[in-house]
Design a binder for this molecule. Structure first.
Ligand SMILES: Nc1ncnc2c1ncn2[C@@H]1O[C@H](COP(=O)(O)OP(=O)(O)OP(=O)(O)O)[C@@H](O)[C@H]1O
Ligand SMILES: [Mg+2]
Length: 767
């Protein structure tokens, strides 16, 4: 018994391990295969199809592989053993009962055929459904922008209803297979009864033998049932597998690695496009007899109307599209024959709509470089970019200041930069010493002994960043512990009185004005809650605050806690109250150590605040105005101090750890494009193919990058699709495309003076 159980466990374990292993291998291989498929494949098949195939459909195939090892062999052996035993017990009875099984083998597949058909449909509709979900997720912003929820729901509902029907049919067929099988197998004992009964009457067999025969026959059921189940799983798995493999049954169009002997040869940057054509499978000519020679280091612009084939041409040169006629030669080698390794070593391609990967700025910046490193032969030839290299390309792409700002807005990781905090404290001190006077009017520095007139009473008391929710600035008036503290340092009553005074003045001055925020700027009472306060105002005018209910007193307290003297000028902060609050600030700090040690991270003149950003630590105060010029000036001062302390690079390095969000959605469109440019520049390609690489940038940034690229004339070949025709003068050559053909090619100045197609493109048809 013990042995049998152990064996069974081992068998099942083995089955699971082999199945899972097989599935993992299949998943890995299929994924690798899919990544290398021609880009045209992804235009036809939606991401969802690929996702379900990899994640769901393959799992049955994997389970099946596991079963295939253990199930059939042991079951067939058991079946044969019992069949022999039955025939030995009674040859006639044995042969008759066993004859049922061949019939079942014939009938069962007929029913299975229906299940298979439904299963094929199920795979297709499941993939459609996954595609629909994926598309909605990717296009979610567009859906919200149009409020088109019902359209998407409708599309999805149609699919799931179809899937439901197919699944029901599939399940019914599967049951049918089981029912038919049971029917046949169930006939076994009946036959034994009938035939055995007859033989017994003839006196040819004894009752005991029939009973023995029946119980032996019963032993056939389990292995047979398992075999049928195995058969069903096999059918399901093979259908799923075939359906998936059929979709992905395409070959990669390029060689991955340089596979000739010897080191990878250096390829020059000369590009020759010869009679290049690209015709789609539907017979549409996207490119037609293109001829274009770009010398090493030459800069060529591709221009033309939307849809004229500029991106397609740029893609053919970068081995992204497979051309159908002619050739593109890079330093004499056909681009179609070069390995991906040779292409990415030499060509830097920046797409019209760049893709940023989920991760940090740094990971994205290193992406193209890391890709090079993943080729063993190339790895030896590329140098790891230093921080300086990265900063140079960030500056070239115009992203440096953005990344610096990310750095300033992040918290310092104490473990990584243990020495930084001390230096930053020095910067804080220098900021106050060097610029404190100049900025005095605009900045209120945090000092432990100074009252902050531009902050609320609550902020003055807390004097730090709340770490617990219930100590949030807006929550304090409801926080019982905090109320207890206020009471203990004799602040509760004066604050409630202040609240009452604020309320009285507000009602006196504002009376029945419309509830609009603009009227309420000078009072801590918000327009929206003004109405609720009327009754309370009347009550406080008649009775002393000590006779108010607890709720009413809390309301008054809340008003007082929001009071900002510089802003709410309807009353004046009394010196006595100011002193009390400053005392309260010190008292609160002590109170917290005993009562709520984790409630607040306190501001301290001489301490670095780990919970605050680097910028806040340097600035250590609040702006008293929201004028952008002051903001700029403050930034300027801070950057100046950072340069003095040689911190600019370090902070930028911290900024590079900024997480760009899901596919870069925490970056602006321009920042994404700049990052895409920077990551290509970091690998110093010989040929730079830019497909409107700067289209999302403002004019100034666009021109800046253009000027930098211009400096690489003679060293880096540039093929650039441009829309802004004022950039033309910086190119050696321009090719004008129209409907897949180059209709004009030459020096931009000459072409414009010839008043041909380029001239028309610039000035419009009317000229
Ligand atoms: N895979 C494809 N199958 C069929 N047509 C395609 C395919 N790819 C692009 N096209 C078509 O080829 C033409 C050229 O497209 P391409 O993207 O090269 O234009 P473009 O000049 O870069 O335009 P834009 O300035 O708008 O970026 C377009 O008419 C487009 O519809
Ligand atoms: Mg384009």
């Amino acid at each position: 018994m013990l042995l049998a159980s152990g064996l069974k466990f081992a068998m099942n374990g083995l089955q699971a391990v082999i199945g899972q292993r097989a599935m993992t291998d299949m998943r890995r291989e299929l994924y690798n295969h899919i990544l290398r498929l021609p880009l045209s494949f992804f235009r036809k098949n939606q991401p969802g199809t690929v996702v379900t195939s990899l994640v769901n459909e393959l799992s049955t195939a994997g389970n099946f592989v596991g079963m295939a090892i253990a199930v059939p062999l042991s079951n067939i052996l058991t079946l044969v053993a019992f069949a022999v035993y039955l025939i030995w017990l009674n040859p006639l009875l044995g042969i008759v009962t066993l004859s049922i099984y061949p019939i079942a083998i014939f009938i069962v597949p007929l029913a299975q055929r229906g299940a298979n058909k439904a299963n094929k449909q199920r795979v297709v509709v499941s993939q459609e459904m996954a595609s629909q979900i994926t598309e909605s997720m990717i296009g979610i912003q567009e859906i919200h922008a149009h409020g088109s929820f019902r359209i998407e729901e409708r599309r999805y509902n149609t699919l799931i209803e179809r899937l439901l029907k197919i699944r029901i049919v599939w399940t019914l067929y599967r049951y049918a297979v089981k029912v038919i099988n049971n029917l046949f197998v169930g006939m076994g004992p009946v036959l034994v009864f009938v035939l055995g009964g007859y033989l017994m009457m003839q006196g040819k067999i004894e009752l005991g033998s029939i009973v023995a025969f029946l119980s032996a026959q019963e032993k056939l059921y389990d292995p047979w049932k398992e075999l049928i189940e195995f058969y069903q799983v096999y059918q399901d798995a093979s259908i799923r597998y075939k359906k998936i493999m059929h979709i992905f049954d395409k070959e990669s169009e390029f060689l991955l690695e340089y596979d000739k002997t010897g080191p990878i040869p250096e390829i020059g940057g000369k590009i020759e496009v010869k009679n290049l054509s690209l015709t789609t499978t539907d017979g549409i000519k996207l490119l037609d007899q293109i001829n274009l020679t770009v010398e090493n280091g030459e800069h060529v612009a591709l221009v033309g109307f939307s849809g004229s084939g500029k991106s397609t041409l740029a893609g053919c040169i970068s081995q992204l599209y497979t051309y159908t006629g002619g050739d593109v030669l890079m330093d004499g080698h056909s681009v179609a024959d070069l390995s991906k390794e040779e292409i990415v070593r030499n060509i830097g391609y920046i797409s019209q709509s760049p893709f940023i990967f989920t991760g940090t700025v740094n990971e994205n910046l290193l992406y193209a470089h890391e890709a090079l490193v993943s080729y063993p032969a190339t790895r030896e030839t590329v140098v790891e970019p230093s921080l300086d290299d990265k900063i140079v390309v960030l500056q070239q792409a115009g992203l440096f200041v953005d990344i610096l700002r990310f750095g300033l807005n992040s918290r310092n990781d104490r473990d990584q930069n243990p020495d930084l905090e001390k230096i930053l404290l020095r910067v804080r001190q220098n900021f106050q010493e060097n610029y404190g006077r100049e900025l005095a009017e605009y900045v209120e520095f945090y000092r432990e002994d100074n009252y902050l007139y531009h902050s609320s009473v609550a902020e003055n008391l807390i004097f730090g960043t709340p770490q617990l929710d219930e100590f949030g600035i807006d929550k304090l008036s409801d926080n019982k512990a905090f109320l207890g503290f206020l009471d203990s340092c004799n602040l509760l009553l004066p604050l409630i009185e202040t609240g009452a005074e604020l309320l009285k003045q507000t009602v006196d001055i504002l009376g029945n004005v419309p509830r609009e925020d603009i009227f309420f700027e000078q009072t801590p009472i918000q327009a929206a809650t003004y109405g609720d306060h009327f009754e309370l105002a009347e009550k406080t005018a008649e009775i002393s605050t000590s006779h108010l209910s607890r709720d009413e007193r809390n309301k008054l307290l809340a008003i007082a806690l929001r009071f900002i003297p510089s802003q709410h000028k309807i009353i004046v902060l009394q010196p006595l109250l100011e002193k009390l609050i400053l005392n309260g600030r010190r008292g609160f700090r002590k109170w917290c150590t005993d009562n709520a040690p984790d409630a607040v991270s306190f501001y301290t003149d001489t301490r670095y605040l780990g919970s605050q950003s680097i910028l806040n630590n340097i600035f250590f105060g609040s702006l008293t105005t929201d004028s952008p010029t002051v903001d700029d000036r403050v930034n300027q001062c801070i950057i100046h101090l950072l340069i003095e302390e040689d911190l600019l690079e370090r902070i930028t390095d911290i900024g590079m750890n900024f997480h760009v969000g899901n596919m870069g959605d925490k970056l602006s469109g321009g920042q994404q494009q700049k990052l895409a440019i920077a990551r290509v520049l970091l690998k110093h390609p010989k040929v730079l193919v830019m497909d409107e690489a700067t289209s999302a940038l403002d004019n100034k940034s666009q021109s800046r990058i253009q000027k930098i690229v211009e400096q690489w004339k003679g060293t880096c070949t540039v093929i650039s699709v441009i829309h802004r025709l004022d950039m033309l003068p910086s190119f050696d050559k321009v090719a004008v495309l129209k409907a897949g053909k180059i209709i004009e090619l030459g020096n931009p100045k000459e072409l414009i003076s010839n008043k041909g197609a380029l001239y028309e493109l610039i000035h419009g048809k009317s000229h």
